[in-house]
Design a protein. Sequence first.
Length: 272
Amino acid sequence: MSRPTLTELACTVLTTADGREKTHISREAAKTWFASVEAGNPLEIGNSQPPNDPSRPNRPELLPPNEVPRRRTGTEKGRIALLHAIAHIELNAVDLHWDIIPRFAHIKMPHGYFDDWVKAADEESKHFNLLCDRLEAMGSFYGDMPAHAGMWRAAKDTAEDFMGRLAIVPMVLEARGLDVTPGMIDLFKRVKDTKTTEALEIIYAEEVGHVAYGSKWFHFLCGRHDKDPKERFHTLVQTYFSGGLKPPFNDEKRAEAGLPLDFYWPMVREKS
Ligand SMILES: [Fe+2]
Ligand SMILES: [Fe+2]
């Protein structure tokens, strides 16, 4: 029986629309990859082309960021809306981590690079399901309310810039998750929602790894091309993230993930 390539597996995830189905296929793909690695015979990477936009379910309705209703997290309804927004981010993250594999498959990378993104995609799939379970336990579901339309923008902007993709997705966007998640954990602790607190704690712990993978492979490529990592990061953030970065930052977790202070603090745009 012929074996799939890793880029074929990635494209199957990207072209599946339903969230639960996408994450199921994603987790199976991760199992297939790691079983092949453990057997000492990893799947070929291949060269399947990813779609420009991943398939998504008909719902949620996607709205421009300024039209997504504001959340008041003091009410149960507001907390459901917050979990819905995070579930939407997690589903995008599943696609982002699978997309980087075929998108830049023409660039030779060590095996550990593929292991890292497959593991990250598998974890995002788990995160999406944990949040869907919480939404369903609270009488809602993913798709029940509108979500942010701009999430795939970073992927499109960096579709031809490998270092730009690593700088923006894990090292800016996922690092932002490290800044805001402790506040969310506190919010659910205060209302004694233990199950949601536990889900968010799992997510928080695993996201440190994703930022670290970004930093690791960004530094690897800087070494390959004889570039100064800090200068390169600053240039890429200015190119793709012109609004600048917003404090407060979680300096401790960012350090744990291999993001030094002088990478992001100089990128804070002074309010004029
Ligand atoms: Fe996640
Ligand atoms: Fe992540």
